[in-house]
Design a protein around this ligand. Structure first.
Ligand SMILES: Nc1ncnc2c1ncn2[C@@H]1O[C@H](COP(=O)(O)OP(=O)(O)OP(=O)(O)O)[C@@H](O)[C@H]1O
Length: 737
């Protein structure tokens, strides 16, 4: 009904005509149309399981809990939003502390039909015998955990557990670290926390937005469905690599290269590289003009440099101080050459402006203190052994060797994900360039222009797609053209969501940042993330036992103390909702290799199926055919060095199988991924190929194997040629049939 009413309201507003009326009329109409369209979108997206719970209270009142709140025309509450304070007992009440609740009822629905009811009785005295007889505890949770995976994460509003609820509703201020083993719900809890915070602190957060950082694009695809279904749009999902507007890093690089570039000492390297462009010669500098030659003494050059440095401005902004000092010196000299002794300030200013436009003067100033973009700085640094030797003196020669690379070729995408925090660091030190200078553009390197063009194209494609979706959703695709809609959306700031504006602005400060798989971030990445959140209102979720990247975290204290000593708190999640106990027993033996002091999370369920091992690896095709899950998802996790070869075996064996990350991997019945690509994801069945090799491929190989073994919700197997690592001795040898 509500949906129909909203649709009618939208139709009414749109029927008021196309482009006629005063500007104000038009913009009011557009605002209403936007509001109704958004509301309609939300109602559609939450239709499935709109109401999922009921609380029966000791005072004989009942409340229905839903994904969003609804009231009737008389403002009577029909449905309570799960994030509202009055809904909290639905998640927090226990028989020991019932919070005034006698019964919590979970409703399972399909479309609009109730297909199952599951009750928790919290106050046995308050219920009839018949009620007690129908009690069946945790069925809703277990049913949800055993369900087939779809390749997309689902929301868990109906079954949030008490320890998770505490985290979701924790205070907005300060940094909250959530440490928890695989499958404990860190990701899903972080997403629900985003929705909760936006609901509870709407005013504060809608304006600044919430940023959610994930490890890779496949992972973002995997989780992106969860938030819209919770009714949230002011959230930007991104990877660290996507955080620098205009750069789309595609370069693949070896983990040891990324580790060096993520090292905290790189901040110093970038700073020295900038200073290197502010060095003045120790000898006098002659500038030949048509009529005379001017000379800048070394002491004058040094005075200009030191005045510019002392101005504490960024490099590009301090250039004005430097240039002004030198032009003044040159103008005074020119006046003397022209036979004018004392000149007025005005005449001096005129002479200065005249000199500014002289080619040889411009060239000299550009050499002495060039305008720099972050791209130009880093390309100059990483392609010159001399510059690198100077700026990265604190690194060993072997480390510098890892950083060196060839200059960009035409059309090449030169940037790697690990460059992005360095570009950001450089941007901080360099500051903006006067737009007029930028527009003149002759000096702008081709590579930068190409990047800007590519980014503009990408953006356009994205906008068109978005426009089509909005028009389809609102049933307007017949009457409005997606191109036109997108153009309006693109040019008019009013139509940009907070998330869209934030994505385009490097200096945007978010209201709250959530970092998932946070153990993977390098120290340089942390510097960039912290710059995006001056208030330090953050939620950081991760697992130190799963750290795969060499520059990743080993301790939360070491990561956070430099930014917020004494202002961060840690919560633990200890129950594994993904991986059955039989699989976790195997993974726990591998965890002991990572760190004998770490405890694996306890699984909530058993499947009765023991994980197994078969050899040789050439049987992989048959194994995958046997393990494939009807209507479900299977992944083969392979060592990086054998991805293509093993991928081919799987693709030949299974129709529709996919090698490598991306949305296709999430949809396919079988996917072949490396550990890094499978991070954060889950599948019904997992086959790990050559575990020994996975362990040997990286310094954090045991963590990698631990991640691989904990991706399954139902079944796990291993295929191997070489000997099985001792830590996998619990696997059942499974003859291939
Ligand atoms: N309260 C809950 N109700 C239903 N399902 C849940 C609940 N908590 C977690 N899950 C499910 O458990 C699975 C694991 O959750 P999630 O991916 O968030 O774990 P994680 O801690 O991020 O794991 P990893 O560290 O391995 O990436 C998901 O399918 C999630 O939906």
């Amino acid at each position: 009904m509500l949906r129909e009413r909203t649709q009618r309201q939208l139709d009414g507003v749109l029927a008021q005509g196309g482009s006629g009326g005063t500007h104000q009329n038009r913009s009011e109409r557009d605002t209403f149309a936007g509001m109704y369209a958004e509301r309609l979108g939300r109602l559609w997206s939450v239709e499935n399981g709109l109401c999922f719970g009921r609380l029966d209270n000791a005072d004989d009142t009942s409340l229905y809990i839903g994904r969003i709140g609804l009231a009737d025309d008389d403002q009577r509450r029909l449905l309570i939003d799960w994030r509202a304070p009055v809904a909290q007992p639905f998640y927090g009440a226990t028989p020991a502390a019932p919070m005034g609740v006698t019964r919590r009822r979970h409703l399972q629905t399909k479309g609009r039909t109730v297909i199952g009811i599951d009750d928790d009785l919290l106050d046995l005295d308050g219920l009839s015998e018949e009620d007690v007889a129908t009690l069946n505890g945790e069925a809703a949770l277990l049913a949800s955990l055993a369900a087939r995976r779809t390749g997309r994460m689902r929301d868990i509003v109906a079954t949030i557990q008490a320890e998770q609820d505490r985290i979701i509703r924790s205070d907005l201020t300060g940094i909250l670290v959530v440490q928890g083993g695989p499958g404990t719900g860190k990701t899903v809890v972080a997403l629900h926390r985003a929705a909760y915070l936006l609901y509870t602190h709407r005013e504060k957060l809608a304006r600044r937005g919430v940023l959610i950082l994930g490890p890779n694009l496949t992972f973002l695809r995997y989780i992106e469905q969860v938030l819209p279904s919770l009714g949230e749009t002011d959230v930007l999902l991104s990877t660290v690599g996507e955080l620098y507007p205009g750069v789309v890093p595609r370069r693949r690089e070896r983990p040891e290269v990324a580790a060096v570039k993520g090292d905290a000492r790189m901040a110093q390297v970038v700073a020295r590289a900038v200073q290197e462009h502010q060095r003045v010669p120790r000898e006098p500098l002659e500038i030949r003009l048509d009529r005379y030659t001017l000379k800048l003494e070394a002491s004058v050059l040094e005075a200009a440099r030191s005045r510019a440095s002392r101005s504490r401005r960024t490099h590009n902004e301090a250039r004005a101080v430097f240039v002004r000092h030198l032009l003044n010196a040159l103008a005074r000299q020119a006046a003397r050459r022209l036979g004018r002794g004392m000149i007025s300030d005005e005449e001096l200013a005129d002479l200065r402006e005249e000199l500014r436009t002289e080619r040889p003067v411009k060239a000299a100033l550009n050499r002495l203190w060039p305008y720099l973009t972050p791209q130009r700085l880093l390309i100059g640094l990483f392609t010159s052994p001399e510059r690198l030797a100077h700026a990265a003196a604190a690194f060993t020669e072997a480390e510098r060797e890892l950083m060196l690379r060839e200059p960009p070729r035409q059309g090449e995408n030169w940037w790697a994900e690990s460059d992005v925090p360095l570009l950001d660091e450089a941007a901080e030190l360099l500051g903006d360039i006067d737009p007029a200078v930028l527009r003149a553009g002759a000096w702008l390197m081709e590579e930068e222009q190409a990047a800007a063009r590519a980014a503009a194209l990408d953006e356009r494609h994205h906008q068109l797609q978005y426009a089509k979706e909005v028009l389809e959703l609102t049933g307007l695709s017949e009457v409005m053209d997606a191109e036109k809609f997108a153009a309006r959306h693109l040019t008019d700031d009013v139509y940009l969501t907070t998330a869209e504006r934030a994505a385009a602005d490097r200096t945007w400060a978010f209201g709250h940042i959530i970092v998932d798989e946070a153990q993977e971030l390098s120290p340089m990445a942390w510097r960039m993330v912290m710059r995006r959140c001056p208030t330090r209102s953050m939620t950081i979720v991760g697992d130190l036992a799963q750290t795969g990247s060499a520059a990743g975290a080993r301790s939360w204290g070491r990561v956070l103390d430099p930014y917020a000593a004494g202002r961060w708190r840690e919560e633990h999640l200890s129950v594994n909702y993904r991986t059955p106990a039989e699989l976790m027993a195997v993974a726990a033996d591998v965890l002991a290799l990572v760190d004998p002091g770490m405890k694996a999370p306890a699984s909530v369920r058993e499947t009765g199926v023991r994980p197994w091992a078969v050899s040789p690896v050439s049987s992989l095709g048959d194994v995958v055919k046997r393990e494939i899950v009807e209507d479900g998802r299977l992944v083969v996790i392979v060592p990086e060095s054998r991805r293509e070869e093993l991928g081919e075996i799987v693709v030949r064996a299974v129709d529709g199988a996919v090698v490598g990350p991306g949305a296709a991997a999430l949809e396919a019945p079988a996917a072949v991924l490396t550990v890094a690509e499978a991070k954060g994801l889950e599948f019904d069945a997992v086959v790990v190929a050559e575990p020994e090799l996975i362990m040997g491929e990286s310094p954090r190989g045991a963590s990698d194997l631990y991640v691989a073994l904990t991706r399954a919700t139902q079944r796990l197997g291993v295929v191997h040629d070489g000997p099985l690592p001792d830590a996998l001795s619990r696997l059942e040898r499974h003859p291939i049939t």
